[in-house]
Write a protein that binds this ligand. Structure first.
Ligand code: NAP
Length: 333
């Protein structure tokens, strides 16, 4: 019987989200979490002990470890570029937590390094791979509500103190757009299969000088509009509504919901049919993006068809453009 080698993972950044990834890698039969690295070796050791990981390394040790195939970058946004670059330049495939980088210039450079070195690279927008989101996309593609004309999304809440520190800090490239806005932006681009042609946006800054309540209005080449409100300091409805010519879909619990409702009016002002759809997601939704990475690497693919690098780069450009409209530059840019 053929024994398929597991993919050996290394994590850079022994923080909160790294713990959730460690759980997902334990569940995935094709993965082994080989080592964890931190700037602080005692933190790496504590993470390795807590998550049953074999090795605790420095960044240099982890990228030079021959047994490791892929590095998951789980540091704060300001470090994504340098950590991913270090891993790619040492021959590792890379999965980077969202947002891919702080700006489009960094994104382009990483994309080029990965291509030049024939290495896999992907942004970990895990929600794209959830079964419920895939089903929602299929309903749109199957024209269940006809051509989509408008999407409205609210996505916000008061974040817990452990996240607030990072989110409010300009030095860590905090702010709601890079941290949370990226999800609804990525969601509308994924569902429509296109990038915004026209972009208008406004924001309110926090006392610490990062964007705290942000609003985006996009017009896509198809003519569809998307209106997005997001905040890390305001409880919102957390829902998406997609309006098509023949009906609309209500997607509550944005963005991890398992239920959504398809309402059909068939071009009238009356709902003639209303149907709830249910699709279960695993409790640790990270497992689907892990499966995607494994499949791509074993198939010799250097990027995912579900979140191609061209799209990641375009979305970074959208966020650059909006930050530019607000005059919002990070201190290290
Ligand atoms: N997919 C999701 O659902 C989700 C949820 C939350 C966050 N995220 C993303 O995951 C990434 C990490 O977020 P997190 O909440 O896990 O962050 P975190 O625990 O606050 O920090 C992660 C790591 O970043 C480094 N770091 C944090 N604060 C630092 C500071 N002040 N100075 C220097 N280094 C610092 C540390 O790396 P070392 O250990 O190497 O020192 C730390 O272990 C971000 O990109 C975030 O957007 C994703």
């Amino acid at each position: 019987m053929d024994v398929i080698k597991k993919l050996n993972w290394g994590i850079i950044g022994a923080g909160i989200i790294a713990g959730k990834m460690a759980e997902a890698l334990k569940i995935d039969p094709g993965s082994l979490l080989y080592a964890a690295a931190s700037k602080d070796i005692s933190k790496a050791r504590a993470f390795a002990d807590a998550n049953n990981v074999g090795y605790a390394f420095s960044y240099d040790e982890i990228v030079n470890c021959e047994e490791i195939d892929i590095i998951y970058v789980a540091t704060t946004h300001n470090f994504h570029f340098e950590n991913a670059k270090l891993a790619l330049e040492n021959g590792k495939h890379v999965l980077i937590e969202k947002p891919f980088t702080v700006n489009a210039e960094e994104a382009r450079e990483l994309t080029n390094i990965a291509k030049e070195n024939n290495l896999f690279l992907m942004e970990a927008v895990w929600t794209r791979f959830l079964p419920s989101i895939k089903l929602l996309k299929k309903k749109i593609e199957d024209d269940v509500i006809g051509e989509v004309k408008q999407i409205n999304i609210s996505f916000g809440g008061f974040v817990v103190p452990q996240y607030e520190r990072r989110l409010k800090d300009p030095a860590l490239a905090g702010g709601v757009t890079l941290d949370m806005g990226i999800y609804p932006i990525s969601f509308v681009c994924y569902l429509l299969g296109e990038r915004p042609a026209d972009i208008k946006s406004m924001t309110h800054f926090s006392d610490s000088g990062v964007d705290e309540i942000s609003n985006y209005l996009f017009r896509f080449p198809s003519g569809c509009f998307a209106s997005i409100s997001t905040s890390f300091h305001l409880k919102m409805n957390n829902s998406a509504t997609l309006y098509g010519q023949n009906g609309f879909i209500e997607f509550p619990q944005f963005q991890v919901g398992e239920r959504f409702t398809i309402n059909l009016h068939k071009g009238t002002n009356n709902i003639v049919e209303s149907r709830e759809v249910f699709e279960k997601n695993h409790d640790n939704g990270f497992i689907y993006q892990v499966e995607e990475v494994i499949n791509c690497i074993y198939e010799g693919k250097l990027e995912s068809d579900i979140i191609p690098l061209k799209e990641t780069n375009s979305i970074m450009e959208v966020m650059d453009k909006m930050r530019n409209e607000w005059g919002f530059v990070y201190p290290f840019e």
